[in-house]
Ligand binder design. Structure first.
Ligand SMILES: [Zn+2]
Length: 431
């Protein structure tokens, strides 16, 4: 199945007007955003998709099994709402949702388990149960076009009454397909996470950032960002560069026969006047291409992907710029997500850790702490000779001394001597 995608600024737009059982209108998402969100999704999140798909199965089955044309039409539009809900869950469900609907509709229409459609879509789902193996006749049959008009005819195609037994059998099949599709999507997600982790390793490296786009793609390809889990005999460096995103130009205005006959200068006038723009459209065929296409854009635009040093999630560093994608290096180490049930975000935990680390790191501070403990002990044990007031005076001066040696760990010995001198002014142990 082919779908059209366009780019507008930082957005990827899935263009669809219902063909291939896709969404009725455009669906926009920021380059990178949904990709990261998808990559770090937990597997249990996909239960939500399973619930939506179950709802979709029930709806399409109902529409196929009822007689009322009106109700069928009603269901047709409800289907598009569910398709949109799937896209909201994640835009990478796009190709999966289409196949699921197509399989249900055509299984009813042809009274055959239409697993051949899975293979035709090349998403790499394998069927283990032999009773669902693709039918030979349909395997070699070319599918009709996927225009909304043709799809609507298929949707409305009359079928023989379905027995309860048949219905149960079909449901079992559709649920099997649903689970296989979701399983495949989860695999895509895991695979994508590996790829993004590889990119995150390099995306903040100034050496890499300064490479040209082809150089970068070559590097990422060598580092297996694009061909992870792909068993291909071609040289690795050719794999990604071989993937052509078919580009076409689509224009929503058509000239009338009279306009066509006009002179060039007149036509140019009309083009300017009507503000006619042809859109550059990319044809993508499956989720794998959809993801690769976006990864390509992520690399091309030098996006930064960081890995949180606290929780390990991938995240896009925050930026003050209005355009989050035109930013430079970013050293943000922690993400802004709440961490477990600490009530704190990773960023806050990171700041605390940093403080602790700093305290641990500073040898001046360690020396101060040691001496403070000693002096406090002396004051505690000799309250008459070393009064509270005196101890407080000492600790104030000692802190000042410590602060004057801040970040001067290399002058530790000098600090030790000075601190000792100060302490001796307040209390000298009789030896
Ligand atoms: Zn985090």
């Amino acid at each position: 199945m082919i779908s059209n995608f366009t780019l507008k600024g930082n957005k990827i737009i899935l263009k669809n007007t219902g063909e291939y059982f896709g969404a009725l209108g455009d669906f926009e998402y920021n380059i990178g955003d949904k990709l990261y969100e998808f990559a770090i999704m937990e597997n249990k999140e996909f239960d939500k998709l399973k619930a939506i798909y179950s709802q979709l199965i029930r709806l399409v089955c109902y529409a196929k099994e009822i007689d009322s044309k009106e109700e069928k039409l009603d269901c047709f539009f409800k289907m598009f709402q569910i398709v949109r809900a799937c896209l909201n869950f994640s835009p990478y469900t796009h190709f999966y949702t289409q196949i699921l609907i197509d399989i249900i509709v055509k299984t009813y229409n042809t009274k055959t388990f239409r697993t051949d459609l899975l293979f035709k879509s090349q998403i790499g789902v394998l069927i283990e149960d032999s009773k669902y193996y693709p039918d030979e006749i349909y395997r070699d049959l070319e599918e009709d076009e996927y225009t909304p008009e043709i799809l609507f005819i298929k949707w409305n195609e009359e079928i023989e009454k379905i027995s309860k037994k048949k219905h149960t059998e079909y449901m079992k099949f559709f649920e099997t397909i649903r689970d296989l599709l979701i399983e495949n999507l989860i695999e895509k997600k895991t695979d994508l996470k590996d790829r993004l982790e590889l990119i995150s390793k390099y995306s903040n490296n100034s050496l890499v950032r300064n490479l040209s786009v082809p150089e970068k793609i070559f590097l990422y390809d060598a580092k297996r960002v694009f061909d992870l889990n792909y068993f291909n005999t071609k040289p690795a460096h050719a794999l990604f560069l071989d993937t052509k995103f078919k580009i076409k130009y689509v224009c929503d205005t058509i000239f009338s026969p009279q306009e066509r006959k006009l002179d060039v200068d007149k036509i140019v006038d009309i083009i300017k006047e009507k503000n006619i723009v042809a859109e550059e459209v990319y044809e993508l065929e499956n989720a794998e291409e959809q993801i690769r296409f976006e990864l390509f854009k992520v690399i091309q635009n030098n996006f930064v992907i960081n890995k949180c040093e606290n929780c390990g999630r991938l995240f896009i560093p925050a930026t003050t710029s209005n355009n989050p994608y035109q930013k430079g290096r970013n050293d943000q180490k922690y993400c802004n997500n709440p961490y477990l049930n600490t009530g704190k975000t990773c960023k806050e935990i990171g700041a605390l850790n940093k403080q602790k680390e700093k305290a641990q790191e500073s040898r001046i501070q360690a020396e101060f702490n040691r001496e403070y403990k000693r002096m406090h002990g002396l004051h505690y044990n000799h309250q008459k000779a070393f009064k509270e007031k005196k101890f407080k005076e000492w600790s104030k001066k000692a802190r000042e001394l410590r602060d004057s040696f801040k970040d001067k760990d290399d002058q530790l010995d000098e600090f030790k001597i000075e601190l000792q001198k100060l302490s001796n002014m307040y209390y000298i142990i009789d030896k």
